[in-house]
Design a protein around this ligand. Structure first.
Ligand code: DP6
Length: 356
């Protein structure tokens, strides 16, 4: 699937530019097998403001060589420390993008969110790069239609970083074959095949930057610890069951069930870390303070605000747009004190990659 063998190109050079957002999983991907294949299906909100903007210029090499020729610029400056990662990515996707050895590339990337905010840029970065690459392939003469292009971009992004495959489209995507999600696949993510309830339109995600440091344990290491994990089998089944229920809830708008599934998924993800061998904890004391405050605020105000976590200490506060004012004043009054330098990022669900 997705392999192409074309070596006659209709263009010698060009330039493409795309932005791709980050995403936040509600049903978590934690555990993989084979070449970046998920052990369970996951579902995420695609975000809008936290994104990577990537421009790739390409020019045909005078002579085909057997290595990749590219330069990586981060915010306009050469960043050679990133190049091994990209080289590995290119090696992995070469069989699907054979033009990679026929052209020289300059890849220029920047993020809209602050450096070292603890927000992973791999999802948005890989999604933006993958979308640029399939667009180049199209410019060079490939015959993929729009739907195949976006699927291939998601497929390539997945090979860079699993969760990245969910960032191409929005507002809600699923990655991983799941019996109740038509068209779903382990190879790439798809948009959910149903209308989401109005309450989720413009759903807000305010990311509280509790800990902006480098993660002590990378996601890749964490995923690997699910091999031989004592609760792995139940966990993968539970995630698939939660996805079935969440898909219903996202159509009915039942906020109590929504909150229950989303928070349970976040805490289960961290429970898997705490019960791995070796075990580890990515939450900080401030993470727990924030969670307790959210629970108390929800009880007292009846506002359907909830949290989720990714593989770190930061807290994503999720709520309907109609409660934005109340929740932001709650955050400012009670939660910013737990954020490093009082920083948080306001985001909202969005639609995926955009051509620039
Ligand atoms: C906790 O996609 O970063 O955010 O495939 O090794 O690159 P790799 O892992 P990555 O893992 C993300 C894990 C998560 C949950 C999620 O986004 O589903």
């Amino acid at each position: 699937m997705f392999t192409t063998e074309n070596t006659s190109y209709i263009k010698e050079k060009g330039k493409v530019s795309f932005s791709a957002p980050s995403n936040i999983a509600l049903v978590k991907y934690w555990g993989k097998h084979g070449v970046q294949l998920p052990q369970n299906a996951s579902l995420s909100f695609t975000l809008s403001n936290c994104k990577t903007i990537t421009t790739i210029s390409y020019v045909r090499k005078e002579k085909k060589s057997n290595d990749f020729d590219f330069q990586f610029l981060f915010e306009g400056n050469p960043k050679p420390s990133f190049e091994p990662k990209i080289n590995t990515f290119f090696e992995r996707i070469y069989e699907y993008c054979p033009f990679l050895k026929d052209f020289s590339f300059v890849i220029d990337s920047q993020n809209t969110f602050p450096h070292s905010s603890g927000i992973a840029s791999s999802a948005s970065g890989m999604a933006a790069m993958a979308q640029c690459l399939v667009t180049i392939e199209k410019e060079l003469g490939s015959e993929l239609n729009e739907e195949q292009l976006i699927q291939k971009a998601s497929f390539l992004a997945r090979l860079g970083s699993g969760s990245a495959c969910r960032s191409l489209e929005g507002p809600v995507t699923v990655w991983g074959a799941h019996e109740n999600i038509g068209g779903s696949s382990d190879q790439y993510a798809v948009k959910v095949p149903f209308e989401i309830h109005e309450v989720f339109k413009n759903y807000q995600d305010t990311v509280l930057l509790v800990d902006k440091g480098e993660k002590q344990v990378s996601s890749t290491v964490g995923h690997n610890l699910m091999h031989g994990h004592p609760f792995a089998k139940q966990r993968f089944q539970q995630a698939n069951d939660n996805l079935t229920e969440l898909a219903e809830v996202m159509q009915s708008g039942d906020m109590d069930r929504f909150i229950h599934i989303v928070e349970s998924e976040a805490l289960t993800l961290h429970s898997m870390m705490m019960t791995s061998s070796p075990y580890f904890i990515l939450m900080k004391p401030e993470t727990l303070e924030v969670i307790n405050h959210i629970w108390q605020f929800r009880r007292e105000s009846n506002i359907p605000v909830c949290f989720t976590l990714d593989a770190g200490a930061n807290v994503h506060v999720l709520y309907p747009e109609s409660f934005k004012e109340d929740v932001l004043s709650f955050i400012n009054n009670q939660l910013v004190r737990y954020c490093q330098n009082k920083q948080y990022i306001c985001d909202v669900i969005g639609t995926g990659v955009q051509s620039l």
